[in-house]
Write a protein that binds this ligand. Structure first.
Ligand SMILES: [Zn+2]
Length: 79
């Protein structure tokens, strides 16, 4: 039932991904591109706020159940 969605920030195809149960999102679309503008920008923002969390960023996601509302998916930066 998944369809192709493309990230508005980097143009990469987004993955249909099962979010962790505690988020309550279920299956969502997420951009897993590490070079994504959205992801890199969010990581920089968080670095400025706290040195302890310098490996955490937000990926861009969309929830198909709420008409593809944009959501911030907290993710660990691999770098
Ligand atoms: Zn992206």
């Amino acid at each position: 039932m998944s369809e192709k969605r493309y990230c508005p920030y980097c143009g990469e195809e987004m993955e249909y991904w099962e979010a962790p149960p505690e988020t309550g999102w279920g299956y969502i679309y997420v951009c897993f591109n590490n070079k994504c503008e959205f992801y890199r920008g969010s990581a920089d923002e968080i670095v400025n706020k706290s040195e302890d969390q310098n490996n955490i960023g937000c990926r861009y996601g969309e929830d198909p159940l709420t008409n593809y509302t944009a959501i911030n998916v907290l993710a660990y930066c691999p770098f």
